[in-house]
Design a protein around this ligand. Sequence first.
Ligand SMILES: Cc1cc2nc3c(=O)[nH]c(=O)nc-3n(C[C@H](O)[C@H](O)[C@H](O)COP(=O)(O)OP(=O)(O)OC[C@H]3O[C@@H](n4cnc5c(N)ncnc54)[C@H](O)[C@@H]3O)c2cc1C
Length: 427
Amino acid sequence: MSRVHIIGAGLSGLAAAVRLVENDVPVTVYEGAGQAGGRCRTFYDKHLERDIDNGNHLIMSGNKSALSYLKRIGAPDPVKDPLTGPPFAIYPFVDVRSGRRWTVRINEGPIPFWVFDKHWRVPDTGVMDYVKAAGIAFAGADKTVADVVDQQSPLYERFWEPLTLAVLNTTPEKGQAKLLWRVIRETFLLGGQAAIPLTARTGLGHAFVDPAGKFIEQHGGVVRLGARVRSIWMEGGEATSLNFADETVTLDEGDRVIFAIPPTRLKDLLPDIDPPDDDASILNIHFRMSKPVPTKALGEGPFIGMIGSDGQWAFVRDDVISLTTSASNAIGTDDRPNDDVVAKIWRETQIALDLGDEEYERVRVIREKRATPDQSPEGVRKRLKPETRWRNVFLAGDHIDTGVPATIEGSIRSGDKAAESVLALKA
Ligand SMILES: Cc1cc2nc3c(=O)[nH]c(=O)nc-3n(C[C@H](O)[C@H](O)[C@H](O)COP(=O)(O)OP(=O)(O)OC[C@H]3O[C@@H](n4cnc5c(N)ncnc54)[C@H](O)[C@@H]3O)c2cc1C
């Protein structure tokens, strides 16, 4: 049977491979790096002497494709393990400037009773703020979040801004409203059961990557690490070979190729393709403490949202506190030296987690320069379809037009879509 060659072992490539081996299609996955996972990976950090993720990743219980993927690669109840989260949809926040704390709680079921309860909704907001917010449901493709929501409402700083930064990795002034709405529709709008925030219990790699690699190999697939595709040859409207530094893989009749690599890399290999640009960066700071961190400030979950600060989300895993600043290119932290950024964000963290003057022992800064593709209205317009003009070449990745943002959910959907396109051709 013909083989599918998948370039890139990030989540999109792994999801495509999983879907294909489930359908008895032979696959080989080629990953340029020494480990799989791409932008969603765990590694042992020698300085911290801990396993850390490249950056905190939040997913939601309404992310159907991600949860289905986890189940299929071996986790019967992924919400409990390998993921973790609070038992209900609760989001603790602290305004770092004033020290004020609150928790947003989303009730179960589709009727949003939480909006009518001032202890559950965002503080200082009224029901009308939420009624007006519903306008985002009708936003056209050319509108940004800031175009369609009320920027004077307290909901802006305490809901729209953190949500847009977290989900679209861009500011409300730039991010496409329609893309954000799609996430709201698939999570908050369905009620608490679809809006529980989840993270990887012991690491992204242990949850999303390692079991997928095992699954693929157990089903006869091959995952080759350190195998970077340098070029691809095309002839007669289709790909004929993949070229690596020290070998050429000639494609057999009926073989297919899926490129599951980010836009910049894709353009290197297929210059006449025009995806959205790799765009926004994310700053991640991991602080190792001398002992397990008290989690009272987090309530029942593993993280807290921060308002009025450079650090936006603080996650705790045992003795490691990990801080995220999304859209760090737009926030301005990309232009400042590590020492300066670390000092400010550490002061914010002390407030957020109620640590008093406790100090960290070691710190690791990871700046992910190309964290996500452009998710402005212009960027979204340039998202690609899985099919290409070459008969046997398909695309996956978080820049594919899945209707959802460049996230774990989006990447896995793109991998599923690419696999379905390949399977449709086979049939
Ligand atoms: C710091 C950070 C925080 C994030 N936070 C969240 C979050 O909270 N929630 C969420 O859902 N999403 C989050 N994301 C987004 C999410 O990680 C990405 O959308 C997703 O991982 C992208 O997967 P991918 O397969 O499309 O691409 P990638 O992960 O980039 O995978 C592509 C793979 O292809 C390989 N490759 C590239 N070129 C070649 C080549 N020529 N030959 C062979 N291999 C090649 C790369 O090495 C890489 O492994 C975050 C991203 C970052 C960076």
